[in-house]
Design a protein around this ligand. Structure first.
Ligand SMILES: [Zn+2]
Ligand SMILES: [Zn+2]
Length: 557
C-alpha cells in the first residue's frame, strides 16, 4: 500500500508485514479489538516527531514548585510544567491521582492529555537509581557521572551520550563496556583508547578506525589482531611511544588528527552498513539482530521496524531509545514495556497506552506520573469493568479526530524543537521550525562564576603546563565562544591519559562526534570495488571507499 505523508508529502510504502504488525498490536477491550490504522506520516517524519519529545542535554537551573528548592531541569524555567525535585517526585508526599479528570467526549483526547501533563508534577531529570550524578539525564543507574545523557550503568563517566556499562571515560558517543576511553565513537570493549571510531577489543591505541583486537597502535584502519602498528605499518615500541608523546600537546594532536582523517578518507575501506551477526535485517549499526527493518543502532533485537537506539527488544515498530521489552509501538524511552502504544519516558508498563512518566503500571490509558497503578484513565481510578467500558468510547473519539494509533503531535512536546534530539538527527533552521508552527528557543548561557575566562587558543599547549588553578577559570570555546568549565575529575583524567585540555564547549564536542556518524538514512549506491548496487548510509556524493558486505569481508578479514 502506497501512502502520502501528511507531514512532508513524500510517498511511502506500508508493507504486508507492517499491516500484520498493526493487527497484532491492536488492543482488545471488552472483547472487541480496536484496530490500529496504518500511520499517516512516513517513517522519517514519525521518527522526527518522537524525537521532539526527547530533550537530553538542554538543561536549566530551576526550582521545585513544591519546596522552592533549587534543581537542574530539562524544562526551561518559563515552562508551563510543574517540577518537583528528584527526591520529592519519587516520594509519597504527593498523589498523582489528585490531578485526574473525567474524560470529556466533546474535547479531543490529546488536548485533555496535554492539559493533564501541565497539571501533574514532573521530575526535572530522568536519572533513577543514580548516585552523585546530578547533571545526567536519561541516564539511570549511574554513579559519579557528569553531563552524561541517554546512558545507563556507568561509573565515573562524563560528557557522553549512549554509554552502556563504561568506566572512567570522557567525551564518547555510543560506547559499550569500555574503560579509560576518550573521544571514541561507536566502540565496544576498549581499554585506554582515544579518538577511535568503530573499534572493538582494542587497547592503548589512538586514532584508529574499524580495528578489532588491536593494541598499542596509532593512526590505523581495518586492522585485525595486530600490535605496534603506525599508520597501518609495523612499528617499534619506541616509534609508537614517540608518536603518542606528540599528543600531550594540542598542536601535536591536531597534526596527527589531520593526517589520520586524510588516510581514512582516502585509504580505509568503509563497510556499506556497520554491524555484525545479523539475519535478514536492514539498517545501520545493527548487532546480533534478526528480521529488523530500517533500524539504527540496535543490539540483540528481533522482529522490529523503523526504530533506533535500542537493545534486547522484540516485536516492536516505531520505537526510540531503550529496550528490554516486547510488543511496543510509537514510543519514546519506554523501557521494559509489554504491549504498549504511544508511551514516553516510562518503565515497566503492561497493556498501557498514551502514558507519560509512568512506572510499573498495567491497564492504564492517558496517564501521567503514575506508579504501581492499574485501570486508570487520565489519572482517575476505575474498576476493570468501568475501564473496559470507557476506553472504547475514548478510542472512538480519538479515531474521529485522527488521533488513534498516532504518536502525540509535535506541538504538544514540552520542549522547543532545538532543545531536543530531533535537532540532532533532523536539523532545521529557526525559520523552518517556526514555519511549521513548532517551538524554538534561542540559547543563552548563564555566565559561570569564575575568576577569569581564557580564550581556548591561549591555553598552555601541553597538558604538563596546565596549572591546578584552571579549575577556577572558564575556557572560551574556540568555535562557539561559549564559556565552559573544566571539572576536577576531568583534569585528573587528562593528566592520567596525557591529553591536552579541550578547546571546544561540551555541546560543540558532542556535535563534532555526531558528525562522525552517518545519518539515519539509507541510500542506494554502487560498491567501490565490484560495482554492485547496495544499500548504505554513505550518501552517493561522499568520497569514502564504500564496499559491499562481500567485498568488505574479502578485503578486511
Ligand atoms: Zn514524511
Ligand atoms: Zn562489492
Amino acid at each position: 500500500m502506497q501512502k502520502t505523508c501528511t507531514q512532508c508529502s513524500s510517498s511511502f510504502e506500508i508493507t504486508d508485514e507492517d499491516l500484520a504488525f498493526y493487527e497484532k498490536i491492536s488492543p482488545v477491550f471488552n472483547g472487541k479489538k480496536e484496530s490500529i490504522p496504518p500511520p499517516t506520516q512516513c517513517p522519517e517524519c514519525r521518527m522526527q516527531r518522537r524525537l521532539t519529545f526527547r530533550n537530553d542535554r538542554s538543561l536549566y537551573h530551576s526550582t521545585s514548585n513544591l519546596s522552592g528548592k533549587a534543581t537542574i531541569s530539562m524544562y526551561h524555567p518559563d515552562r508551563k510544567y510543574i517540577i518537583y525535585t528528584q527526591q520529592e517526585w519519587w516520594s509519597d508526599a504527593w498523589d498523582p491521582l489528585a490531578f485526574g479528570a473525567s474524560f470529556d467526549p466533546s474535547v479531543p483526547f490529546f488536548m485533555q492529555f496535554t492539559a493533564l501533563q501541565q497539571r501533574v508534577p514532573r521530575f526535572p531529570l530522568f536519572n533513577v537509581d543514580s548516585e552523585n550524578s546530578d547533571y545526567v539525564n536519561y541516564a539511570p543507574h549511574c554513579k559519579n557521572c557528569y553531563l552524561l545523557f541517554g546512558s545507563w550503568f556507568n561509573h565515573d563517566c562524563s560528557y557522553g551520550q549512549t554509554l552502556t556499562e563504561c568506566k572512567s571515560s570522557f567525551d564518547n558517543l555510543f560506547l559499550e563496556k569500555s574503560e579509560l576511553c576518550y573521544e571514541c565513537v561507536d566502540c565496544a570493549s576498549n581499554y585506554r583508547t582515544s579518538f577511535c571510531h568503530s573499534c572493538s577489543n582494542c587497547s592503548d591505541s589512538m586514532f584508529c578506525f574499524d580495528c578489532k583486537n588491536v593494541r598499542s597502535s596509532v593512526g590505523c584502519w581495518n586492522l585485525r589482531n595486530k600490535e605496534y602498528y603506525l599508520f597501518n605499518k609495523p612499528a617499534t615500541k619506541g616509534e609508537i611511544d614517540t608518536t603518542l608523546a606528540q599528543m600531550h600537546s594540542d598542536r601535536g594532536l591536531r597534526t596527527l588528527r589531520e593526517r589520520y582523517g586524510q588516510m581514512i578518507r582516502e585509504r580505509a575501506v568503509h563497510q556499506a552498513l556497520t554491524g555484525s551477526n545479523n539475519d535478514e535485517s536492514s539498517g545501520d549499526f545493527l548487532f546480533e539482530c534478526k528480521n529488523v527493518r530500517q533500524c539504527f543502532s540496535a543490539y540483540r533485537c528481533q522482529d522490529m521496524a523503523y526504530s533506533a537506539r535500542l537493545m534486547d527488544q522484540k516485536d516492536t515498530w516505531d520505537f526510540e531509545g531503550g529496550g528490554k521489552g516486547e510488543l511496543a509501538y510509537e514510543s519514546m524511552s519506554n523501557d521494559f514495556a509489554f504491549h504498549s502504544i504511544a508511551c514516553t519516558t516510562s518503565e515497566h508498563l503492561t497493556d498501557s497506552h498514551y502514558c507519560d512518566l509512568c512506572f510499573e503500571c498495567k491497564d492504564c490509558f492517558g496517564c501521567v506520573g503514575l506508579r504501581h497503578k492499574q485501570c486508570c484513565i487520565l489519572n482517575r481510578q476505575y474498576s476493570k469493568e468501568e475501564y473496559d467500558r470507557l476506553i472504547p468510547q475514548i478510542i472512538e473519539k480519538m479515531r474521529a479526530d485522527g488521533e488513534w494509533g498516532e504518536f502525540f503531535p509535535v506541538e504538544s512536546s514540552p520542549f522547543a524543537y532545538n532543545e531536543t534530539m530531533a535537532q540532532e538527527y533532523f536539523f532545521l533552521t529557526k525559520k523552518e521550525v517556526l514555519k511549521r508552527g513548532w517551538k524554538w528557543r534561542d540559547q543563552t548561557d548563564e555566565m559561570p562564576t569564575v575568576s577569569k575566562i581564557i580564550p581556548a587558543m591561549q591555553l598552555p599547549d601541553s597538558i604538563d603546563d596546565i596549572p591546578d588553578d584552571i579549575l577556577n577559570w572558564a575556557v572560551e570555546c574556540e568555535e562557539t565562544k561559549r564559556p565552559f568549565k573544566i571539572i576536577k575529575q576531568e583534569l585528573e583524567f587528562y593528566r592520567l591519559m596525557k591529553l591536552p585540555i579541550p578547546h571546544f564547549h561540551p555541546d560543540e564536542r558532542h556535535k563534532r562526534r555526531m558528525a562522525q556518524r552517518n545519518p539515519r538514512k539509507l541510500w542506494q549506491r554502487k560498491c567501490h570495488k565490484c560495482g554492485k548496487e547496495m544499500q548504505t548510509t554513505y550518501g552517493p556524493e561522499r568520497p569514502e571507499r564504500v564496499y559491499c558486505e562481500e567485498c568488505y569481508l574479502k578485503e578486511v578479514y
